[in-house]
Ligand binder design. Sequence first.
Ligand SMILES: C[S@@+](CC[C@H](N)C(=O)[O-])C[C@H]1O[C@@H](n2cnc3c(N)ncnc32)[C@H](O)[C@@H]1O
Length: 226
Amino acid sequence: MLKFLYKKKFYSQFLIRKFISLSVRISNMFDGMKDRKICGCSLVKYVPSLYRETMGATGSQSTCYWTLDRIFKDSVFESTDSFIDVGCGKGRVLAYMLKKHYPCAMTGIELNAEVADFAKKWASKYDNVNIICGNAFELDFNDYNILFMGRPFEPEMFYKFIAKLESELKHPIKLYYWVDQQSGNYLNDRKGWEKLRREKIFISHGLFMFHNPQRYSIWTFSPYEK
Ligand SMILES: C[S@@+](CC[C@H](N)C(=O)[O-])C[C@H]1O[C@@H](n2cnc3c(N)ncnc32)[C@H](O)[C@@H]1O
């Protein structure tokens, strides 16, 4: 790994920052092209959160396709798996999974009605994708065994969500937690949770995907080991 890329001293330099901004715009352009092929529309445009103050909810930032390549690089999905994107935004993760022909049932739940309607509209042509407009805190996650979270919540809400999973789940799950640097350490050494991988990412295909390095982690949780 090119470790110097991750050093603030390197990526805070003026010219490097200019190149990073350009890179991010180019990655977004590629993402928009892929979206159009799968969804018939671009999922790039960000919708700010209406519920940040009241519910610690983040805005609808779509995760870059190259990032998802890294996160899911050695994942295998079975037809019996039931996947849910918690805070699915416009549905980028589900679009990625369709592109990869993952055989599992796929669900997204989204709090912001305008954003959920957007996802519902393009996903309506796919039988194996279901979009729920609603609050993830009111959903029973026993219907799912693989969860993805692309930082849907601010840290305090993330801790509450973990408490909900721990108290309600009756079977083991796998959790993909993308952008975990603020709150992912909460799961370290926590009873029932086992970390499978944690990685920092910044660059792909010679381009920067984000303005700063980001981190993700993959976990299993077993309610039997609590
Ligand atoms: C950063 S976006 C991630 C979108 C998508 N998962 C991705 O990675 O491309 C997070 C989304 O979570 C949604 N969200 C936040 N709190 C939520 C809640 N309690 N229930 C359902 N969705 C929520 C936000 O409205 C936002 O659209």
